[in-house]
Design a protein around this ligand. Structure first.
Ligand code: BG6
Length: 500
């Protein structure tokens, strides 16, 4: 990667609360390691890992080393490179809720300023259980360690609240301690290369935007299918479910990228304003009937994924044996604005499905007048598929004349594939996002009003589902494409979930 000296961040101390947890091991520290390999890490960089466990700096380094060797995007190069990063990591034991503990942290942070003879940026990354967010934010504020509002930032992982009211409450609390410009709410989907490319695709090309509206688009499908079940996260997941875990954040953000109006500039606030407009335009589910008609839930039972037998959700560790938590959710939404009036957006996500696949399908309307004889036409695809992951690219499906004497049409595809088009490696979402925080760029993060607007949309469904058990649960076998009701949702409109 070319080094852009202007963008390489200045001296930075990254304080990770919950430093030995899953996220640090699998995502955060591997991301730092890759940033270091690509020369993006600040010349003066330190990471302070904070948790309540009795352990030493060496213990933490060892735990994180394992995480990096297992999860790094680029090959783990053994001791040499790792040692450089490892030496910048220290451990600080603290009870998150104890104000006294922050005095020691203050000393630690000041020591870097002295060592580097500067006032380094301080990033407080909260990778902790939700109940610790408020006390940590408060203690950071009252201890004075984030007094420099220009260079101190707080990063908050999802889940951001568990409903509209709790998210609003959390926003209020955070904003009592920090300026909005200091608060970075993460949705890691926004850091994915292919998600960022949606804006480039739409607004750096003049070809598609004129067609990007109700006159030409029949409907949009957003699918995030996962092969994994709840793995070791039963405790968390059973209190969450697919709607909270995926739709409220990742899928609605994808929807925003597809449906937003062109921003005037590539600036964080401008882009976030356009996204909030989308969320505010989503037609609310105004009654239980609307929820029943437009939202579907599912829970998997035992089955096979990739030839491997998967236990049913209710048998997974940490879940209730009578759990009513959904591991699959689908919904149909409309946007009440000029561009999208009456164009349905179908969203679906689920665990233990047959494929890992995140993609967005834009189905265009058929031609207004079919001039070819009936037997000349195959089905008319007129379809654009944006592949987010694991395939990364964009596919345009259209009709072409099949070679031969007869006029016969067939489906063909034009493909843009990242692997063919670019030789550059694709950074992981967390690399991009961590670098952005260090650079003070919040474009790919969620503003308070965005998070609240997204919660508002799902609230009627959450409430209905919480108050009305699904007596059919579990209703899809692991390894299938979800409950039949999800197919019915589209069939009622004369459509099907499209082959991806
Ligand atoms: C997380 C969810 O936010 O996203 C997980 O909590 C989910 O349940 C994960 O598996 C999916 O992320 P990705 O990047 O693998 O698509």
């Amino acid at each position: 990667m070319m080094i852009d000296s202007i963008k390489k961040p200045g001296p930075t101390v990254l304080v990770i609360f919950g430093a030995s947890g899953d996220l640090s091991q699998r995502k955060l520290v591997p991301a730092l390691y890759n940033l270091m390999l690509d020369h993006w890490l600040p010349d003066n960089f330190a990471m302070v890992g904070v948790s309540h466990h009795d352990r030493t700096t060496d213990d933490l380094r060892e735990i994180l080393k394992e995480g990096v060797s297992e999860h790094s995007r680029q090959d783990f190069k053994g001791n040499g490179d790792w040692d450089t990063l490892s030496e910048s990591i220290t451990y600080y034991k603290a009870d998150f809720t104890d104000p006294e503990a922050y005095k020691g942290l203050a000393k630690e942070l000041d020591s870097y300023d002295e060592k580097w003879n500067t006032s380094a940026s301080r990033i407080f990354y909260l990778s902790v259980s939700p109940q610790f967010i408020e006390p940590i934010a408060q203690n950071i504020n009252t201890s004075g360690i984030a007094n420099n509002v220009k260079t101190s930032r707080i990063v908050v992982e999802k889940p951001f609240g568990r409903d509209y009211e709790s998210a609003k409450h959390l926003n209020k609390k955070l904003r009592g301690h920090f300026l909005e410009s200091q608060i970075y709410r993460i949705d890691h989907y926004l850091g994915k290369e292919t998600v960022q490319n949606i804006m480039a695709f739409r607004f750096a090309n003049a070809i598609f935007e004129p067609l990007w509206n109700r006159n030409y688009i029949d409907h949009v499908q957003i699918t995030v299918s996962e092969t994994v079940g709840v793995e070791h996260r039963g405790n968390y997941y059973d209190k969450s479910g697919a709607l909270r875990d995926m739709i409220q954040n990742h899928l609605l953000q994808l929807l925003c990228m597809i449906a937003m109006e062109p921003p005037i500039t590539y600036h964080a606030d401008e882009i976030q304003n356009r996204k909030v407009d989308v969320l505010n335009a989503i037609r609310p589910f105004s009654s239980e009937e609307k929820v029943k008609d437009n939202a579907v839930r599912g829970q998997y039972t035992a089955g096979k994924v990739d030839g491997e037998t998967i236990e049913g959700y209710r048998d997974a560790k940490g879940t209730d044996e009578k759990s009513n938590t959904e591991t699959y959710a689908a919904m149909k939404v409309y946007l009440d604005n000029w561009r999208w009036k009456d164009v349905p957006f179908y969203l679906r996500t689920g665990k233990s499905l047959p494929e890992k696949n995140t993609s967005i399908t834009i189905q265009f309307k058929p031609v207004s007048h079919q001039l070819f004889p009936c037997d000349a036409t195959n089905t008319i695809p007129n379809r654009l598929v944006i592949h987010i992951q694991p395939t990364m690219g964009i596919k345009l499906c259209m009709q072409a004349k099949k070679p031969g004497i007869k006029m016969s049409l067939n489906n063909v595809e034009m493909n843009f594939d990242y692997d063919d088009a670019f030789s550059e490696a694709t950074p992981e979402a967390y690399e991009t996002l961590l670098l952005d925080v260090m650079q003070g760029d919040s474009t790919l993060f969620m503003r308070a009003d965005q998070v609240e607007a997204a919660w508002k949309i799902v609230m009627p469904i959450l409430e209905y589902w919480e108050n009305n058990k699904d007596e059919d649960f579990p209703n899809y076998p692991a390894g299938s494409w979800g409950p039949k009701k999800a197919d019915d949702l589209l069939e009622r409109d004369g459509r099907t979930w499209l082959v991806l």
